[in-house]
Design a protein around this ligand. Structure first.
Ligand code: ADP
Ligand code: MG
Length: 436
């Protein structure tokens, strides 16, 4: 890479991580922390005429809003449930799902609009080098369509916004951010968990996907709120999200944790002040705090089974194309399944370095609860040691520093390092695709 190229890229690499829950985006100059908005869009359909008059014409014509604009319009749109859409629920957008593609485009446009004004005034700016991070399970047509979408975004900004783009798998970006050459990445997002063995690049045959993530912890939190007498608040996703993060715990062992919490509810009782008017208190149901964390790792427990039977929780397989997202498979089984699919010769090496990333692994242990609660690293270690006792003590399991941002960070590093001379290859879907 020439020094000119390197110098240019120090300012003008830009990455977009299309998560199932959050879209992270921004240029290399943000360093460690991308901007982040929810991966969702609100269609401005079914609007009362009186409201239309108040909305800027340009927004009305675009017909879809994202980010901070959503709360402003949410109460005006009739049938908000139908018109508020999360395009990447399982990390994948169906080919014909035009609504979702429109939201993706708007997410991208919204992101770039926050930086465009400033960079377009710079004399050396000749367009960003854009890295788009997608699920390891994203089918090829999604990669092609992403190029189309960004070509359109580029045109909307006068054709000088994006010089070239490339695409990377989210778990591979994590490995790059961690400078790990041979490892397994477990990326636990909002909608699903991806397990990807890596040896210089993702090993496709070994990819295992679970149809669970932070969203299932939200679903359990909702049930906890209902059982604690907060049926109304349970309907408010905003409240559920805050309560989940404040009360959720990952048990060392679920049965033991439940028993201890039932014996001593005072020790586990907790109050959450959502805002000055809304407070949630768990006391008799404090033992349920452990269900919130456990469901991410292992939903095969009688408590969950009974929720599922009562229709209070949905944990099921999902098939997308020829790929199955397992609903109930626990994380240790998923890891073993994944490793078994890579060549035996490198299995040892791949399994000995396990990297955890993604917001759904972002659990901590409150002081005083260390005997029953653990963080994600410890949880995976315990589960793996039970499943494969021979591996106990041999695993190096680490959590990335910023679990929600490591994909974005790795994408930026990738964009910086991938030489401009590597042109897009339509078969391998790698390299730079130049727009200009
Ligand atoms: P995605 O990439 O799929 O959008 P992220 O990696 O951004 O997912 O993680 C989002 C998920 O992480 C959400 O379900 C969110 O509730 C969860 N999350 C983030 N921080 C925490 C936390 N401190 N405790 C529990 N869950 C968290
Ligand atoms: Mg993600």
């Amino acid at each position: 890479m020439s020094t000119d190229e390197a110098r240019y890229k120090l300012n003008y690499v830009y990455a977009e991580d299309f998560g199932t829950g959050y879209f992270k985006y921004g240029p290399i100059t943000l360093r460690d922390k991308p901007y982040m908005i929810q991966s969702r869009g609100l269609f401005l359909r079914d609007l009362p005429e009186s409201i239309k008059l108040l909305i800027p014409r340009e927004i009305l014509e675009r017909g879809v809003v994202v980010g901070d604009d959503i709360p402003k319009y949410l109460s005006s749109v009739r049938d908000a449930i139908r018109n508020l859409k999360y395009p990447l629920r399982d990390g994948i957008i169906r080919k014909e799902d035009e609504d979702s593609w429109r939201i993706v485009k708007e997410l991208s446009r919204y992101g770039f609009s926050q930086f465009h004004g400033e960079v377009s005034r710079r004399s050396d700016f000749r367009g960003y080098y854009l890295v788009v991070a997608l699920s390891a399970l994203a089918p090829d047509y999604m990669r092609d369509r992403m190029i189309e979408v960004h070509r359109e975004v580029n045109e909307e900004f006068g054709g000088k916004l994006i010089q070239a783009m490339t695409i990377i798998d989210q778990p591979f970006a994590v490995a790059i951010a961690e400078k790990a050459v041979t490892c397994t990445v477990i990326e636990a997002g909002h909608g699903n968990i991806q397990l990807v063995p890596i040896s210089y690049g993702p090993i496709r045959e070994g990819i295992v996907a679970l149809n669970r993530g932070g969203a299932e912890a939200n679903a359990v939190t909702r049930e906890v709120l209902k059982d604690s007498g907060y049926g109304d608040l349970a309907k408010d996703e905003y409240v559920v999200e805050i309560v989940k993060r404040s009360v959720g715990l990952v048990p060392r062992d679920l049965d033991t944790a439940i028993r201890k919490a039932r014996e001593n509810p005072d020790k586990f009782a907790i109050k959450v002040k959502v805002n000055p008017l809304v407070e949630v208190e768990l006391r008799d149901t404090a033992w349920m705090r452990f269900l919130i964390g456990e469901v991410v790792f292992n939903p095969r427990h009688d408590v969950f089974t009974s929720y599922i039977q009562q229709g209070r929780l949905v944990i099921e397989d999902a098939t997308v194309g020829d790929m199955v997202f397992y609903g109930e498979m626990d994380v240790a089984e998923a890891l073993v399944t994944s490793i078994k699919k890579v060549p035996v010769e490198i299995q040892d090496k791949i399994i000995s370095t396990i990297i955890l990333s993604g917001g759904a692994f972002n659990w901590s242990v409150p002081p005083g609860l260390e005997d029953v609660a653990v963080d994600s690293v410890e949880k995976v270690r315990i589960m793996m040691s039970e499943r494969v006792p021979d591996l106990a003590g041999k695993l190096s399991i680490n959590m990335v520093k910023d679990p929600q941002f490591s994909v974005w960070k790795g994408s930026i590093i990738y964009g910086y390092a991938l030489p401009n001379s590597v042109k897009w290859n339509d078969r391998t879907k790698e390299g730079w695709y130049f727009f200009q």
